[in-house]
Design a protein around this ligand. Sequence first.
Ligand code: PXP
Length: 247
Amino acid sequence: MKSKRIRLGVNLDHIAFIKKSRDTLYPSLADAVKVTEEAGADLITIHLREDRRHIQDLDAIEVRECAKTLNFEMAHTDEMIKFATELRPDFCCIVPEKREEKTTEGGLNLKSLNSSELDLFKNNIEKLKAADIKTSLFIDPDIESVKLSKKLGAEIIELHTGDYANKFNSIDEFDALESLIASSNYAHSIGLLVNAGHGLNCENIAQICEIPHIHELNIGHAIISQAVFTGLNDAIEKIISIMNNCD
Ligand code: PXP
């Protein structure tokens, strides 16, 4: 048993995907928050994308009203900084966004920012802080990105575990894991909290839990995928029962 329990954030974007695909009121995000919290998750994570492909503005407001702790993922844009300071999540995780990507495929490319872009980033993190929001930066596991995150004033980093997940069970798995371990150790040594996420599932998560200083994991796809099968039986039985009780 570990001395400190790792916190779990559950990403509910996939629930919003189903809702958006038919523009129905269900599945309800408020119900999803309730079940998620009752199941023991420590926080709710949602990502309001610029293209609004899953979570909508009203979904974010609904989730904020009922979630005990909210981690709001967003791109670094003026629109999102304004939205977040009004929404007031507990945490903002700033992520890169590309229109054509299926999901957040890599960490922020902080190394490519020039000095005025770095200043803007720093100012925006200060704005979030002034609104009582802690900022986390979603970065690839490399030391330079960790250093820049600290320089920008972030209190937390979230290490992108996608590369490790893709390499899991291949000969490159160990190198990917080593980069995560080195980044986590370094981040901890300079006073950053270390979260991690992306592509984690029941098969590949154990080694991630062994990485020193991991504070929280954010997981979406694998949990919602599993939930489909855990819940499918009940959903079918319910419909059959209603059909059988019709006159
Ligand atoms: N963390 C961040 C910053 C993400 O963008 C995502 C994907 O939305 C996740 C964690 C969760 O990834 P997955 O859905 O693969 O578990």
